[in-house]
Design a protein around this ligand. Structure first.
Ligand code: ACO
Length: 322
């Protein structure tokens, strides 16, 4: 029996040119490089410049992914952007990307699952592709979280950064063991208040700032990130020993290490990029994929698990063969 799969054809990333180190932050805020590194593993983050929007980063990353795939904007019939920092409340940032890249008419929308956005977006795109409702998808995670920071709150302002990453996924009819093999998503609204932005069109008519119960996030993140790997593997018909790489959402080095420990996966099999990007929310996984592919760790045929957790709380895992 032929099985249609969403196969990875290309990948790309984009970060703002401006790098802000921990020392730069410490010049304006009561914090230190030592505190930030010890608690989070973060060394630096990229911060978008004036007039640099989520859609700019998204379109740049997507353009690179298309180039790597050997495809053009005319080949794309689905754009899914995972973001919680859209250019505007509406239209969807996906339509801005569609316009900036010069894609033809197709399906374009945003998915909002905060830091779990990328597994959500891949899962949605996978279903369009497998059901024959699209043939080639751009799946993008893109954020300008710096715009949601309360820069007077050192407990959150040091944690986040801006960036974007993209995958090109194409439907292939005879791809039994390639591409997206298993997806798992979840959400639990009882945690709504533990990680949220205190503004929005329906409440305050302002954009608002990110607020977080850091210790509760930490506790739940370790459990949800680990569980998402296990559940996605089960749906893919694989187990932990089959994995070449785990690519977790990059929130905090201590969270990532705790997940590796809980799953009993050696640290060398876990991709970590939080040191250079900080937490870029929905962009963190595709940014990490791009980096691991660029430095030669991630190779064609590798079996990888993506896992993420974010505000809501939301969580999700994807197992795919690269
Ligand atoms: N610099 C220096 N000191 C700081 C800073 C800072 N940037 N931020 C907080 N502190 C101080 C606090 O004021 C507090 O001081 P006090 O003891 O005098 O009151 C002290 O450090 C300890 O504060 P805690 O909040 O208890 O620190 P904790 O060890 O919990 O670490 C952290 C805080 C890093 C936020 C941790 O809770 C964490 O990693 N949580 C997960 C949050 C996360 O990663 N969120 C990302 C979004 S969610 C996601 O992506 C999954």
């Amino acid at each position: 029996m032929l099985s249609v799969r969403a196969v990875v054809r290309g990948w790309g990333a984009a970060v703002p040119a401006r790098v802000v180190t921990n020392a730069d932050l410490a010049a304006d805020m009561d914090t230190s490089d030592e505190w930030i590194r010890a608690r989070t593993g973060i060394r630096q983050r990229h911060i978008a410049g004036d007039g640099e929007y989520t859609s700019d980063l998204a379109a740049e990353a997507a353009g690179r992914a298309l180039e790597r795939a050997g495809l053009g904007p005319g080949d794309v019939d689905l754009i899914v952007v995972a973001t919680s920092t859209p250019d505007h409340t509406f239209p969807a940032t996906a339509t801005a990307v569609q316009r900036k890249l010069g894609c033809g008419i197709g399906v374009a929308f945003d998915v909002q699952a905060v830091c779990a956005g990328f597994p959500y977006a891949v899962t949605v795109a996978d279903q369009f592709l497998r059901l024959g409702q699209a043939s080639t998808a751009l799946v993008i995670g893109a954020e300008t979280f710096s715009r949601l920071m309360d820069w007077s709150d050192r407990g959150t302002a040091v944690l986040f950064g801006d960036g974007a990453g993209a995958l090109v996924l194409s439907a292939e009819a005879d791809a039994a063991d390639r591409g997206v093999l298993g997806c798992y998503l979840g959400a639990d609204g009882r945690y709504y208040d533990d990680l949220f932005v205190d503004g929005g069109p329906s409440t305050t008519s302002t954009t608002g700032y990110l607020r977080m119960n850091g210790q509760e996030v930490f506790r739940q993140a370790v459990a949800m990130l680990s569980m998402s790997v296990i559940e996605a593997l089960a749906r893919a018909g694989h187990d932990l020993a089959d994995l070449d790489w785990i690519v977790p959402h990059q929130a905090n080095r201590r969270i990532i290490d705790a997940v590796g420990k809980r799953l009993r996966v050696p640290t060398e099999k876990v991709i970590v990029t939080v040191d250079r990007h900080a937490n870029t929310s929905a962009a963190s996984i595709p940014l990490a994929l791009d980096l691991a592919a660029a430095d030669g760790r991630l190779r064609a045929g590798n079996l990888i698990a993506l896992t993420a957790m974010g505000g809501g709380f939301t969580w999700g895992g994807v197992v795919l063969r690269w």
